[in-house]
Write a protein that binds this ligand. Structure first.
Ligand code: HEM
Ligand SMILES: [Cu+2]
Length: 582
């Protein structure tokens, strides 16, 4: 609960700080958020370069770009980097840190020192990960899902050696960093809201980040535990995941009686919540952006929160839909199909509420708005095929084909990325006090939007035509030959996405150096961060922390002086009655 204490106890700090304390080992949530964001954008460049390698290989398998074992390593590292080192830290570490205190009216996080540790632990986790490119055998051969026995037996494949060990170490360190963060966000949101900021007045971005923190707190430790068991199997001779009697390189291994399916259960008990860890924050960001640029309250605020809660709960009950082909009992498959299909309900509620928010709004197509609308489109285009995959009988032929690759890239990869981009265009002025170029922003949007659809939509066709995933050369099977022109088309589209990314990078560098100065509230927004300077000072607001008098989306209120009534205005200042609900 917000108490008077949070107001008084932590006045603005005006101590002169050294460069190191201010920008490197900073405990200020805003600096930490920006560190997270910039580091994950750098990792996006690395992961993106790997994607270009994958696509070049698939379009021109004769060109000799990659060897087969290099190809599988590149695919595994691409997935690992994008999920663990780009989407998760950019959204949770980046936007979570920057926005939570500013949006709930707190001077900083509950535990600033742990917050700093969280970033530096993340930075540390990148070291073993990238180091694995340079060890004998190269990086992982077992993909981002690290299925044993490939991941458990060092002699199984080139990347099963040192590369796999470094992967486990990197992921373990990353999880520690994530747990530091989650604890901080949950505590901060529950304890440090300014007076008037009730839970039902929180912006949906904060709700998304809050529920994501709960998901992360409950699911990441499962992967940590599984990773440690896997490490034991590799180095200490245990057999958690390795069955007896396997023959590798002509030799019978001396493990006994483990079960590789145990890993799949543990991995997906984390893995499915993880996909929602990276989609709930964008759902919040997109809601904030849509309301702002259509100058309308978000349609069905309560239903939006309720559906995010339903998604959070359900995401723990569906993991075995990744294992329909593992030989499970059909009854169990049916149970998981039912829970999986249930997720479509809250997802649809959210989609229709976003569309209803746009309905008859005064829409302004800023770059942030374009990416927010693009998010909805991608969420639908990728989410709907989840309903196919969620039906066990349909999934059995589609599993491990490009159909799945298309599904999760549209709904997870692309949609989350669009949430990040919308957030960057929307909050860059607040972060750095300067505006980005809107024309370049729109160019970035169209390159990305066209590139993404050109890349991932045809993959549904590739999958149904029989092209399986993680395949090194389409020439290995004659029936894939007719798909080659489409694979070239996909690769050309993927290059567009990468070029779009370079436009964004240029825009950011240009904006930092010479973007026009941003005022406090360039988008005429209603939530508390727009009451702070751009960029906000240490402690966020000069003088008192603003109190909150109304809900987060009071746009176009009848009778109000302007078309937005910020949360911090008293009823007298606003000239309208304090809203009864919200
Ligand atoms: C925000 C929403 C979603 C995200 C981020 C997401 C993400 C993913 C990811 C990353 C995978 C592939 C994992 C891998 O094998 O590497 C996947 C597979 C799957 N998804 Fe989704 N998904 C979402 C929505 C849905 C929905 C709404 C459903 C069902 C109604 C669904 C059903 C499935 C199923 C059944 C699979 C397994 C397919 C297979 O491997 O055969 N997903 N999803
Ligand atoms: Cu799943």
């Amino acid at each position: 609960m917000a108490t008077a204490q949070t107001h008084a106890a932590h006045p603005e700090v005006h101590v002169e700080q050294s460069f190191w304390r201010k920008y490197v080992f900073s405990q200020d949530h805003k600096v930490i958020g920006i560190q997270y964001l910039l580091t994950s954008l750098f990792m996006l460049l690395v992961g993106g370069a790997l994607a270009m390698l994958i696509r070049t290989q698939l379009a021109w398998p004769d060109a000799g770009v990659l060897q087969a074992d290099q190809y599988i390593a590149v695919v595994g590292m691409h997935g690992t980097i994008m999920i663990f080192f780009v989407l998760t830290p950019a959204l949770v570490g980046g936007f979570g840190n920057f926005l939570i205190p500013l949006k709930i009216g707190a001077r900083d996080m509950a535990f600033p020192f742990i917050n700093m540790l969280s970033y530096w632990t993340y930075a540390l986790s990148i070291v073993p990960l990238l180091a694995s490119f340079f060890v004998p055998g190269g990086p992982i051969s077992a993909g981002w899902t690290a299925y044993p026995p490939l991941s458990a037996l060092p002699q199984a494949a080139p990347g099963s050696g040192m590369g796999q060990t470094l992967w486990i170490v990197a992921i373990a360190i990353f999880i520690v960093s994530s747990l530091f963060g989650s604890l901080n966000y949950i505590t901060t949101i529950l304890q440090m809201r300014t007076p008037g900021m009730t839970l039902s007045r929180m912006p949906l971005t904060v709700w998304g980040l809050f529920l994501t923190s709960i998901l992360a707190l409950l699911s990441f430790p499962v992967l940590l535990a599984a990773g440690i068991l896997l490490l034991f199997d590799r180095v200490a001779g245990t057999s958690f995941f390795v069955p007896a009697g396997l023959v590798v390189g002509g030799q019978v291994i001396d493990h006994t009686g483990g079960n590789p399916l145990l890993w799949q259960h543990l991995f997906w008990f984390f893995g499915h919540p993880e996909v929602y860890i990276v989609i709930l924050p964008p759902m919040g960001i997109v809601s904030d952006v849509l309301a702002n640029f259509s100058r309308k309250p978000i349609f069905g605020y309560t239903a939006m929160v309720a559906s995010m809660m339903a998604i959070t709960l359900l995401s723990f009950l569906v993991w075995a839909h990744h294992m329909f082909v593992s030989g499970m009992h059909p009854l169990l498959g049916t149970a998981f199909a039912v829970t999986t299909l249930l997720i479509a309900v809250p997802s649809a509620v959210k989609t229709f509420n976003w569309l209803a928010t746009l309905w008859r709004g005064k829409i302004y197509f800023s770059s942030a708005m374009l990416f927010a609308i693009g998010f909805i489109s991608l969420f639908v285009a990728g989410g709907l095929t989840g309903i196919f995959l969620g039906n066990a009988p349909l999934d059995i032929p589609l599993h491990d084909t490009f159909f799945v690759v298309g599904h999760f890239h549209l709904v997870m990869g692309a949609a989350s990325l669009f949430g990040i981009f919308a957030g960057i265009y929307f909050w860059f002025p607040k972060m750095f006090g300067r505006m980005l170029d809107e024309r370049l922003g729109r160019l970035h949007f169209w390159l990305t939007m066209i590139g993404i659809y050109g890349t991932f939509f045809p993959m549904y066709y590739l999958g149904t035509a029989g092209m399986h995933r993680r395949i090194f050369s389409t020439e290995a099977f004659p029936y894939l030959a007719k798909l080659q022109p489409l694979n070239v088309f996909i690769t050309l589209s993927a290059f567009l996405i990468f070029i779009g990314g370079l436009v964004l990078a240029y825009n950011i560098l240009w904006g930092l150096a010479s973007g026009p100065r941003a005022g406090r509230n360039p988008w005429r927004g209603t939530t508390l961060e727009w009451h702070a300077d751009s960029p906000p000072p240490h402690g966020n607001w000069h003088g008192e922390i603003p109190s909150v008098y109304r809900g987060p989306y009071e746009y176009s209120v009848p009778g109000a002086k302007e078309d937005f009534v910020p949360q911090w205005l008293t009823p007298e200042e606003a000239g309208v009655e304090e809203a009864r609900h919200h």
